[in-house]
Design a protein around this ligand. Structure first.
Ligand code: 13P
Ligand code: SF4
Length: 310
């Protein structure tokens, strides 16, 4: 039996679900039940009846799945899969930041540890940051860790002061405004689609700014034929694959060669097989922060559903 069949067999036997982020190595889609951005995968994690969740993504994503599923076993296939941005702030640093801005609500990007979530009022993802901040109805919010997503939300909303921590994504920050200008010159008919973790100057020069899943949806629905993608390579790999498979006749170009998140590329099919077979590596959340961190994630879903918070 080949590894794909072995994984599918184990998945069935163990009543497991495999969630894969769209920055993962593209072959992981062959065994994944759901592929998407962090909001979509969090929703899928909250809805599943599986006993085991294998999260092909990075550590904070698996941790969020655990917060949404305290009774389930959540496995991260390769424990090297961290996120540089999530590690840029810890609970102590957040407490210091809050002390400088007393009484201002804290929105944390889902790219954060459970300890940081436990110190925050509500979390958000890249696809709902604007909606969450707006619905808090506060003149000012603190936003951690990503300064660029926070400042992009401030620019788009126009009437909320977003005071940001100085975290960033090293992969997205490598995309510079001149890369967008060069792409415009080289591909004058292409639409440029950008992730909001990029520098705001890059976002302002783009045709569309959205989460990874929003970028995928936009390019699928668009009548245009050529797209320059300013986010991680996995998105281009998936779009190019699907264009060939379903004869879309569309071309997808990565903004520049090496926009690759090494953290996202650790997980392999072999790691997924081992994760299922040996039920490794279990992701847990310390009991001292569990309830508060869970509340932070639950409040995001509550605000999205009802438009207000209890
Ligand atoms: P998405 O919200 O688009 O999944 O982004 C997560 C992420 O880590 C992007 O770097
Ligand atoms: Fe973290 Fe950046 Fe990788 Fe996303 S792309 S997982 S923010 S390091």
């Amino acid at each position: 039996m080949n590894i794909l069949d072995e994984i599918l067999k184990l998945k069935k036997e163990k009543n497991a679900v495999i969630l894969a982020h769209c920055y993962q190595p593209v072959e992981i889609d062959e065994v994944a039940d759901y592929v998407g951005d962090s909001l979509y995968l969090s929703k899928k994690a909250s809805e599943t009846n599986a006993d085991i969740i294998v999260f092909a993504g990075v550590h904070f994503m698996a941790q969020s799945a655990k917060l949404l599923n305290p009774e389930k076993k959540v496995l991260l296939p390769n424990m090297n899969s961290g996120c540089f941005m999530a590690d840029m702030i810890n609970a102590e640093q957040l407490r210091e930041f809050k002390n400088l801005h007393k009484g201002v609500p804290v929105v944390c990007y889902i790219n954060s540890t459970a300890e940081v979530k436990a110190e925050s009022d509500i979390c958000c993802t890249s696809s709902n940051a604007l909606e969450i901040i707006k619905n808090l109805n506060s003149k000012e919010v603190l936003f951690v860790p990503d300064t660029y997503l926070g400042k992009w939300a401030e620019y788009k909303l126009g009437n909320v002061k977003v005071t940001t921590y100085n975290g960033f994504c090293p992969t997205h920050l490598r995309i510079r405004p001149e890369d967008i200008q060069n792409a415009r010159n080289k591909y004058p008919n292409a639409k440029i689609l950008t992730h909001p973790e990029c520098h705001w100057e890059v976002c302002k020069l783009s045709d569309f700014v959205g989460s990874t899943k929003e970028i995928i949806e936009y390019s699928k629905q668009s009548k245009d034929k050529q797209f320059v993608i300013a986010t991680e390579k996995g998105v281009v790999d998936r779009l190019s694959r699907d264009s060939k498979l379903y004869n879309w006749g569309k071309e997808f170009i990565l903004i520049k060669d090496d926009i690759v998140c090494q953290n996202m590329k650790w997980n392999s099919l072999e790691d997924i097989y081992n994760a299922l077979k040996y039920e490794q590596h279990e992701v847990t959340v310390d009991s001292s922060v569990f309830e508060k961190a869970k509340l932070c994630v639950d409040r995001m879903f509550e605000l999205l559903k009802t438009g207000n918070l209890k």
